[in-house]
Design a protein around this ligand. Structure first.
Ligand code: GTP
Length: 204
């Protein structure tokens, strides 16, 4: 089985559920009283798609406006970016355009993108129509996925979906190109393979 690693960054407004999605994905846990992130942190988990295992470094970023300038620093080497909104908050969906523009200005040349609507367990309070969100995703060339960090619905599916695109021939070529531009090889090193699993780190 071949192996590689990828940095995945979750972006979106404060309270949309980025920390909870990552916690569900990495540890299968949900915290009703999740504390707002300051700075950033990451969790590590493997995803296997079509017989290929990818070590995912999933980065949680702070959604609060006061940390906005800091968040840019997490875009480096992030070849997968998920824009998260809360389906019960129109404002959080409208904010995605700002995150997208910010990524385009400060992120990598090519990125696998996903628009992610969280909190589907609160469907009765929905403020953002699924079709509208799908169309927005399509307009920026992103995958689209509805999830619930609370119930766990579709969370693993989301990460499998983006990793599948990342491993696809089209994106692999783009990664090679970006790594060449940066003067990096694509060879897997012992360091990348031996990363500890299910570990969380905090950076403030
Ligand atoms: P910042 O760190 O401020 O950027 O916020 P965040 O996007 O990381 O949000 P966080 O994961 O901390 O969740 C915010 C609140 O939403 C918490 O009270 C969570 O319990 C709640 N929450 C997160 N995901 C879900 C979900 O799928 N369903 C419901 N009902 N609540 C959720």
């Amino acid at each position: 089985m071949s192996e590689s690693n990828v940095k995945i960054c979750l972006l979106g407004g404060s309270g949309v559920g980025k920390t909870c999605i990552i916690n569900r994905f990495s540890n299968n846990l949900f915290d009703e009283n999740s504390i707002s992130t300051s700075g950033g942190s990451y969790s590590v988990k493997d995803v296997t798609v079509n017989g290929k295992t990818v070590h995912c470094d999933v980065w949680d970023t702070a959604g609060q406006e006061k940390f906005r300038s800091l968040t840019k620093h997490f875009y480096k080497d992030a070849y997968i970016v998920c824009f998260v909104y809360d389906i019960t908050s129109r404002e959080s969906f409208d904010q995605l355009k700002g995150w997208y523009n910010d990524l385009k200005q400060n992120g990598e040349k090519y990125t696998v993108l996903a628009v992610v609507g969280n909190k589907t367990d609160l469907y009765e309070k929905e403020e953002v129509n699924e079709e509208e969100a799908r169309q927005y995703a399509e307009s920026i060339g992103a995958e689209f996925q509805l999830v619930s960090a609370k119930t766990g619905q579709n969370v693993t599916l989301l990460f499998e979906k983006v990793v599948r695109v990342y491993l696809g021939p089209e994106f692999t070529e783009k990664v090679e190109e970006m790594k060449k531009d940066k003067g990096e090889g694509t060879k897997i090193t012992a360091e990348t393979i031996k990363k500890p699993q299910k570990q969380s780190k905090k950076f403030c």
